[in-house]
Write a protein that binds this ligand. Structure first.
Ligand SMILES: [Zn+2]
Length: 174
């Protein structure tokens, strides 16, 4: 089993509110600043990138991104930092959603959870109504109204897949 889900539990502890509440643009910038990460606007980057500079971690983001893309991009770069991908000698990482590398996929999952935390699915599961139709209706009625059709279906399937993987990875309570 990939260790990403174990790392998510650590990030939940270290990043207050992560994977509990959806993060807005402001929430993400505040989280970065609390963690001593420099966040700067840069019109020349496509969406966002992250690198190490003089003992600090720096995230550049394109200020023209729509709110959703912003959350996913900055969340993705914070994911690289949280997962320990950004070291003094590493190359700058650019948000690349098409990459198949496990590092990019893992950072993508973190970005996704900033935007769509698993809390709603936990509630559905607790109430015994966790299924794809229920998630679909929930997403359509709530914050994801502007994501439609095939994309919404993909979004719902991703949420269920991540939720189930997290559930399998949780240590049993005792
Ligand atoms: Zn990346």
């Amino acid at each position: 089993m990939s260790s990403i889900y174990r790392e998510i539990f650590d990030l939940e502890k270290n990043w207050h509110g992560f994977n509990k509440n959806p993060f807005s643009k402001t929430d993400l910038i505040e989280l970065a600043e609390r963690n001593n990460i420099v966040v700067l606007k840069d019109h020349s980057v496509k969406n966002a990138c992250v690198f190490h500079y003089e003992k600090r971690k720096v995230v550049l983001y394109n200020p023209h991104l729509p709110e959703i893309d912003f959350a996913l991009s900055l969340g993705h770069e914070l994911g690289h930092i949280g997962l320990g991908h950004v070291t003094p000698h590493s190359e700058p990482l650019h948000a690349n959603y098409l990459s198949n590398s496990s590092m990019e996929k893992d950072a993508g999952i973190i970005g996704f959870l900033f935007w769509a935390p698993t809390t709603d699915l936990y509630r559905m599961d607790r109430d015994g109504r966790l299924n794809i139709e229920e998630i679909y209706n929930h997403c359509r009625n709530h914050r994801y109204g502007d994501v439609e059709g095939v994309d919404l279906e993909k979004l719902c399937k991703s949420r269920l897949r991540i939720y189930n993987a997290l559930k399998r990875s949780r240590r049993p309570h005792f």
